[in-house]
Design a protein around this ligand. Sequence first.
Ligand SMILES: Nc1ncnc2c1ncn2[C@@H]1O[C@H](COP(=O)(O)O)[C@@H](O)[C@H]1OP(=O)(O)O
Ligand SMILES: [Mg+2]
Ligand SMILES: [Mg+2]
Ligand SMILES: [Mg+2]
Length: 394
Amino acid sequence: VLLSPSFLPRLRQLSAHFLTTTASSSSLFLRRTTTSTMAAPAYASELQIAQLAVQRASILTKRVFHEKAKGTVDKNDKSPVTIGDFGAQALIIAALQHHFPEDAIVAEEEAAQLREDANLKQTIWDLVSSTKLDDPAAEELLGGPIKDIDSMLELIDRGNSLGGSSGRIWTIDPIDGTKGFLRGGQYAVCLGLMVDADVKVGVLGCPNLPIDDAARLTADIGANATDEGRGVLFSAVQGHGATSRALTAGALAAEKPIAMRAIDDLSKATFCESVEAGHSAHDDQALISKKLGITEPSVRMDSQAKYGSIARGAGDIYLRLPVKATYQEKIWDHAAGDLIVREAGGQVTDIHGKRLDFGVGRTLANNKGVIAAPAAVHDKVLQVVKEVLGAKQA
Ligand SMILES: Nc1ncnc2c1ncn2[C@@H]1O[C@H](COP(=O)(O)O)[C@@H](O)[C@H]1OP(=O)(O)O
Ligand SMILES: [Mg+2]
Ligand SMILES: [Mg+2]
Ligand SMILES: [Mg+2]
């Protein structure tokens, strides 16, 4: 068994785990857990690697924003994609490849465009090869630097899995909310692990959200702020709750459990939605909010930062009603946020009340729209969504 190929990745995980616990802490307890027969918490290794990988990729995105003229290039679908998206995806996949080489990966970007553009490729390589966690043990745990420029392209293309309903599949959105990122507003670096289509681990890096979990969402969230007091890393493991911690440039900061706000009076709820009117139906959402008795205007923000924000009670409800019947949501836009909200005491469904189905490929082909709310009031919100959308069809 020890020499079988399938045991090798596990062996690497175990030795990696030992390395962090001994290198980053002198705690006897931590060291004992790695050597005794005590069971490690579920997905502990996956969670730790995912958190550090997202943290390292977040450093790269911040560097792109601050150091570069944002490097916007056109993708075929005309969405803004930056050197940050490619660079962050390369760094995350490098860490996954190092620890879990047999896992499949569904990631948003692909390297085809870089292969044809030597300048762009070189710009991204310069960034990727010089972005490190400033904690040497943590950086070493992620496998250190990528070998060369061709390896970087191959790593980016490792994210081309078609997804599916069986086995271990990671999903990555290296920059979610590219438009928010370009505006200096909200965006998220997103990573989730699904096992047999069930999200087991979810991590969201939100460099422009306030660190303070108690900061309520306001209309100018993240606008033109400095980095001071900002940057949060949300995480969840299925069955083990959700947490937040400050996003750092090195080792992981101390974590705090997070929970959705208990709201018995829906009129006091804060609801959030996309900035982009093309991504969700602002008019329908305004009507639903009004019917729920909410008098405050919605808080508009880009990316899965919305999921993280409601999970920690900074807001309460996230509505994403379809604009076009044909658009299929992508799994990387929802996997981590779905788990984080549900582990914080929320419920996430589509507009028909169905849980999001991550097992049918790269898109959520079996779902339309998203409704995320505290579990106790989700049914009420769903009922109003159905009323409003039903009335439109009638
Ligand atoms: N027509 C659309 N409807 C819903 N979501 C969309 C649509 N077009 C793009 N998106 C995706 O919505 C996400 C951003 O959501 P939000 O508006 O909540 O910030 C992005 O991942 C974006 O994809 P892309 O990254 O390809 O631009
Ligand atoms: Mg995109
Ligand atoms: Mg996205
Ligand atoms: Mg993206």
